[in-house]
Write a protein of this length. Structure first.
Length: 364
């Protein structure tokens, strides 16, 4: 990377052994340089203020204030891209709360160099730090972003999200039978907001592709079920039920049809496995006009072409509006391709879904 400034990383980690390991991992990557190491949450807050790193590698279990509190205070006082680096994939409550509060990603801690997959895990960590350092995070006033237009902390930033457009005139009504959702960076918080707006008697099965590290998928599904009203489970080769949320497992694609769900062990699509393109395209083929597709915040283009397939099949398609998306790349690509019936800020999506399933309105 001759001629390019390296990305400055602040490591927040209380274990001296892991501090040395992460410093080595970062030092070996030509894209990155170590800005400093903080051993506690309080020290991290001071060092972010003084060093102004490009990105923070954040451990969760810290002496004093934990990683969740660190995330909240950083996003309120000194917004900076935060990547949660977790070692225990069984207990994800605090990492997931950190994502909900504004952290951008959760990745696996490399652990020992003796691990067979050490190089793979280390490369993934460095790549995530590099990618997330480019995200322009915004100030939050001590709580997760709400999409109400006041996330800059002073009311002087983006205008409030526009109200949803009026429903298009309904022609021949038809029942909707399936809902697919795809999200990436910023997705956990967006999914919580969306699913919390749906009732326990929501009449459609909900299929979710969330880009997250494979070791964390089961914990993510469990956490999502604990903070939203609908039952959530990992998808499997099995029938689906209305009002249930099915999260695609790691490293396999999820497809669905009226008879049930299918897990597909294929190559990555659009660089992702599971892929939103695969899910959306299966819904287009199997359900046609009776499907709804929602593409939320995320980097890259996954889901955009699948959403276009749904739109061409007559499905109703929604993309998250740029005013609330942490990264608008995925939904923005779908808009540019012409695959979107309408764009909505995240806090309006659940209400629109309820209108659709209650009226059976057709897209214009």
């Amino acid at each position: 990377m001759t001629g390019h400034r390296r990305i400055r990383v602040l490591v927040v980690e209380d274990s001296p052994v892991v501090q040395q390991l992460l410093a080595h991992v970062i030092g070996e990557d030509p894209r990155l340089e170590l800005a400093g190491i903080a051993s506690s949450g309080e020290q991290a807050l001071r060092m972010v203020d003084s060093l102004r790193p490009d990105v923070v590698s954040l451990d969760i279990r810290l002496p004093g204030i934990d990683g969740f509190a660190v995330t909240q205070r950083l996003m309120r006082d000194h917004p900076v891209p935060i990547v949660v680096v977790a070692s225990d994939v069984r207990d994800l409550d605090i990492p997931m709360r950190a994502l909900q509060a504004g952290a951008l990603a959760v990745v696996e801690k490399p652990g020992s160099m003796a691990r067979a997959d050490y190089q793979t895990v280390a490369r993934h960590l460095c790549t995530q730090l590099t990618i997330m350092s480019q995200v322009k995070v915004i100030r939050q006033r001590g709580r997760p972003r709400t999409g109400n237009g006041d996330e800059d902390g002073g009311g002087r930033g983006k205008a409030p999200p526009p109200p949803p457009p009026p429903l298009p005139p309904s022609g021949e009504k038809r029942p909707f039978r399936a809902l697919g959702i795809t999200a990436s960076t910023g997705g956990p918080a967006a999914l919580v907001k969306l699913l919390r707006g749906l009732p326990v008697n929501f009449p459609l099965p909900i299929f979710v592709v969330q880009h997250i590290g494979p070791p964390f998928v089961a914990g993510f599904a469990s956490w999502l079920g604990s903070v939203t009203p609908l039952p959530v489970a990992l998808a499997s080769d099995a029938p689906h039920r209305p009002g249930h949320v099915y999260v695609a497992p790691g490293e396999v694609h999820l497809t669905a049809d009226p008879g049930g769900m299918r897990l597909v062990h294929g190559e990555p699509v659009c660089g992702q496995r599971p892929s939103g393109d695969m899910l959306f395209s299966s819904l287009a083929t199997a359900f046609g006009t009776a499907a709804i597709g929602v593409l939320l915040t995320g980097m890259g283009e996954d889901g955009a072409r699948g959403l276009l397939d749904m739109r061409r099949a007559g499905a109703y398609t929604i993309a998250e509006h740029a005013s609330t998306a942490v990264i608008h790349s995925m939904p923005g690509t779908a808009v540019r391709l012409g695959g979107v019936t309408e764009e909505l800020p995240i806090d309006k999506v659940a209400a629109r879904l309820l209108e659709l399933v209650s009226t059976g309105v057709e897209p214009s």
